[in-house]
Design a protein around this ligand. Sequence first.
Ligand SMILES: [Zn+2]
Length: 304
Amino acid sequence: MIACFDIGGSAIKGAIAYSPEDIRPLPKVQTPLHDFDLFALAIERIAAEAGADPTRLIAISIAGVIDSETGIITCANIPCIDGRRLVADLSEKLRRPVLVANDADCFALSEAVVGAGRDHRIVFGVILGTGVGGGLVINGKIHEGTGGFAGEWGHGPVSATLAGNPPVSIPRYACGCGQIGCVDAVGAARGMERLHAHIHGKLLASTEIIAAWDAGDEAAARTIDVYIDVVSGPLAMTINIVGASIVPVGGGLANSHSLISRLDEAVRARILRRTDKPLVIPAELKIEPGLIGAGVLGLMELPK
Ligand SMILES: [Zn+2]
């Protein structure tokens, strides 16, 4: 067994992983944001209190991107690790091997090994929630790509300027990454809300838009039509490129199975491969996919 962690800007969640199917969560603690010693200590304490072997490796899923060439992590919401060689620094502090992977990559790995992607060789895990992200797993291994950015289909100036039937003009919104017209700016939960406000002049939460659509509301149906049109094009192209045979979707918007089902139809109509089988589907692992992905990652590295 190993200790594994899912670390974000608000909490460090730990678990003990006995097998990919048996990962038992531990109580979570607040993430120390400004002191690296406290950050490392919090991890050490959780592992020690759970009785994990103090010499055995630990595996971490984190809301940041790690450059595999330099080892440097970019993690804006945890300042005490941002810009560090996180694996090297943590291994030294904790005196044991440390594995760290991006949370979207860990999500994709969890789905590939114990979720909806179990029988698939190429799994593209998609996040539609506070942001638009993704992770690519090939033959059971994370393909992080140069710089750690493989799978990041949410950024790049590609979002449609006309969408829906009949077409409505869509502004190219500024994105947090510095570009204009990213899928992230229209495809995340906030993006859906932005589209609704743009089309109908009314600000609703994404959950309200989806609930109204489910209840037969015409205005919400128009927004969903435009949203699906805007998001399905870039996703279909990404699937053509990576060749995935299954695309599990996680994040808040994936709680709506009707939304993911609409997205699946639109994507399958746009990819080059013809298939009648569901391709874009809700993720199977609803609870703690990052934690499970970290556990799977760590267990795979243990000597057999
Ligand atoms: Zn962007």
